[in-house]
Design a binder for this molecule. Structure first.
Ligand code: 1PR
Length: 547
């Protein structure tokens, strides 16, 4: 029998990874073009992307809503992912009044987990639920990647559908369903490493789970802390696209010890696609690419980041973030690009999230100047409306400004330790936002930036720190904790990692959900596996390096 599977891709978000996972499993994809493709499907995969409402509207617009409902009512082989699971329910609090497919009784509700962050983002387990038949694609041992702000909850009416449950804070939600030939998961198998690819394989090959350990039933699961590898990418003086790394954002060699020396070359630490693959194989939970020369004229055209994403996603099955140049601009041919157009290109090429730096600062300044009134037209609002807030990361590039007293500035200040005082013995500092890769400081502090961006709909904060970048002296813990306390969205601690202990320190002393490092991984000074092993031995929940 031909190894074929039908894919329902309605044209939003990153479906490249699911395509790559299916292809890797030796299956050919038949794309749904119209209702007849659903009718003739032998197996149908539906990777729902974006918000509940836009998914329903897309299905209606393409006249696929009713054919899909009929397919499901006939109990034909189906695998839904994320929104592809949520749409099976009657409706969602995300968009009241919008009707789902109504195959499963109940509604999708917003996570109520304060003080934990929403979205629920990262790697978590699944606990098997007692039922007459067994779960076909999960053994309960798996750690899988979730990203969602809304979740399905167990009710008496949907009990027979539930295959696994997952815990986040005080909430236990349905993480997968199964009835007859219909399977759907809240997690993303295509982003869950080789473990997730294997979940898809079981569905495609009808290779049901054989042995299940009794301990995998009805036990609480935990969200893991994430370790992220970050690749700063730019073209070097020879014209090659390279991964580079700065010391306090200066990416040129310092051997000559003269900042103006003509021989100061851009550091070359490797090729982006090959390095990303290495980090995936070593157990990175996510990979972030930053196009650090994006402030130049045409961010999409100047640097081949789309190709980097396409090639990376062929072999890397963990979430990919791309930053740099997510803004509106006019290219050399006179074509106008909105930030959403730029983001579209990246999502279609394999990115799961975009990270916005400079433009986020301008959006926050505008919001503050309007006394917090949202107009719905900023890059953050536009991208999060279409792709969901979880797809919008804000990259913060703050520089410390020292002051003698909190009275000397209207910005939020932190007291510095005695051995970290300013050049004139100042005891306080505020964290000034910069744009253009740290080149220009603005009259905005990092606390104002993150709060404004959360209001505008951002889903995560990537918190860099210029004075720590590349120093290997550890993360700026008081600053990170202070920012974590200012927002309810997840914070990624970044800049300064030098040892595995620095990771356990940041997780023990702050509520950051992820920690990111660059230099130590690129230079192979600290293997990613040793960070994971150290976190595990320190009792910090993390996904093992083997996935
Ligand atoms: O402003 O939206 O076009 O985005 C530009 C992006 O490029 C921003 O995310 C900005 O942080 C990044 N960027 C610009 N210039 C530089 C530079 O280094 N010259 N890189 C730069 C920033 C910082 C970190 C780094 C951590 C960890 N890189 O992400 O990876 O500090 O480093 P470490 O573990 O070695 O200490 P826009």
């Amino acid at each position: 029998m031909a190894k074929e599977v039908t894919l329902l891709d309605y044209g939003a978000g990153n479906v490249r990874s699911i395509r790559n996972a299916i292809t890797r499993l030796g299956f050919t994809i038949i794309d749904v073009k119209d209702a007849s493709d659903i009718e003739s499907a032998k197996k149908l995969i539906f990777p729902g992307v974006g918000a509940f409402k836009s998914a329903v509207e897309n299905l209606h617009e393409k006249r696929l809503f009713e054919p899909l409902k009929k397919y499901l009512q006939a109990n034909r082989p189906f695998f839904g992912i994320c929104i592809g699971l949520q749409l099976l329910f009657e409706g969602s609090d995300e968009n009241p009044g919008v009707e789902g497919l109504g195959i499963i009784p109940g509604r999708i509700t917003k996570f109520d987990v304060a003080p934990l962050s929403v979205p629920h983002m990262g790697w978590n387990g699944v606990s098997l639920v007692e039922r007459e038949d067994k779960c076909r694609v999960l053994s309960g041992d798996e750690i899988l990647y979730f990203v969602h702000s809304y979740c399905p909850l167990r009710t008496e009416k949907n009990a027979e559908w539930i295959a696994t449950a997952t815990n986040y804070g005080k909430v236990e939600f349905i993480s997968s369903v199964q009835r007859g030939n219909i399977i759907a998961t809240q997690f993303h198998p295509e982003k869950s490493g080789l473990t997730g690819v294997n979940v898809l394989r079981r569905f495609l090959e009808d290779d049901d789970v054989k042995d299940v350990d009794i301990k995998n039933f009805s036990r609480p699961t935990t969200l893991r802390k994430r370790v992220i590898a970050c690749l700063d990418v730019r073209t070097n003086d020879e014209g090659d696209l390279v991964v580079t790394k700065g010391d306090q954002y200066d990416v040129r060699e310092t051997a000559k010890n003269d900042p103006n020396h003509p021989d100061r070359k851009v550091r070359n630490l490797g090729k982006p696609v090959a390095l990303a693959r290495r980090y995936f194989e070593e157990g990175a939970d996510e990979i972030t690419f930053l196009n650090i020369t994006s402030f130049r004229e045409s961010p999409l055209q100047d640097s081949p980041m789309l190709r980097v994403l396409e090639e990376t996603s062929e072999n890397v099955f963990v979430p990919l973030t791309i930053g740099g140049g997510i803004r509106s601009y006019t290219d050399k041919t006179g074509r106008k690009w909105s930030a959403l157009d730029v983001a579209n290109q990246y999502f279609r090429s394999g990115a799961d999230k975009v990270s916005i730096g400079s433009d986020a600062v301008y959006c926050a300044e505008d919001l503050i100047s309007r006394s917090g009134k949202c107009l719905g037209n900023t890059a953050i609002e536009e991208i999060s409306r279409v792709y969901g807030s979880q797809a919008v990361v804000i990259s913060v590039d703050p520089r410390r400004v020292f002051v003698n007293s909190p009275k000397d500035t209207h910005h939020t200040v932190l007291r510095v330790s005695d051995d970290d005082r300013g050049p004139n013995g100042e005891q306080f500092c505020w964290y000034q936002c910069t744009v253009r890769g740290g080149r220009e400081g603005r009259d905005l502090d990092a606390h104002q930036l993150v709060k404004s961006c959360e209001t505008l709909g951002a889903g995560e904060i990537l918190l860099n720190c210029i004075h720590k970048d590349g120093t290997k002296s550890g993360f700026d813990i008081p600053f990170i904790e202070s920012i974590c306390n200012s927002v309810t969205i997840p914070v990624i601690a970044s800049s300064g990692a030098g040892t595995p202990q620095h990771f356990s320190e940041v997780f023990a002393n702050t509520t950051a959900e992820a920690a990111l490092a660059a230099g130590i991984f690129h230079r192979k000074e600290v293997p990613l596996q040793s960070v994971k092993a150290h976190l595990q031995s320190s009792g910090i929940p993390t996904r093992s390096a083997q996935g």
